[in-house]
Design a protein around this ligand. Structure first.
Ligand code: SME
Length: 149
């Protein structure tokens, strides 16, 4: 975890990459290093509109490039301001499926100046895979990412 954090910090510090490049590299690194992270991406609030738009991601293409607040796991986090861990997506009524292979999901909000401006979203092909360490790592990433936004 310490090593992974160092690599993420160095991506964020890169003087040459732009913000989207950095976010994409973080997705790639997480996708490579954590085998049960099978779709990793960012969503951001679309200006003042109550909707999220898809940002950089790694994984299968998704139909959910725009998600209204309140819809799906992502849309719920946009209004709850809280991390949402879903160990088994089949148990959720308010869930937007991106892939039939997805069994679990975690969404962690990103706060900038106290405002919920977006989130990191991870889908897994394994049931109940996410640990407290994953949650802490993702929260740390969201805090670090917020600093460059
Ligand atoms: N499953 C999400 C939609 C986004 S995809 O996972 C990429 C949701 O329920 O909001």
């Amino acid at each position: 975890m310490v090593e992974l954090k160092k690599r993420i910090a160095s991506i964020l510090e890169s003087p040459t990459a732009d913000t989207d490049d950095k976010l994409k590299k973080i997705c790639q690194l997480l996708d490579q290093e954590i085998e049960y992270f099978n779709w990793t991406g960012f969503y951001f609030r679309n200006g003042d509109k109550e909707e999220l738009v898809l940002g950089p991601y790694v994984g299968a293409a998704t139909d959910h490039t725009v998600i209204p607040f309140g819809r799906g796991i992502c849309g719920q986090v946009a209004v709850s301001n809280e991390t949402f861990v879903v160990p088994d997506v089949s148990q959720e009524d308010n869930y937007l499926s991106c892939s039939i292979d997805t069994k679990a999901e975690i969404v962690v909000p990103i706060f900038k100046d106290g405002k919920n401006i977006g989130q990191i979203d991870i889908d897994s092909h394994s049931l109940n895979p996410f640990t407290k360490e994953d949650e802490a790592l993702l929260q740390w990433i969201c805090d670090e990412v917020a600093k460059i936004l």
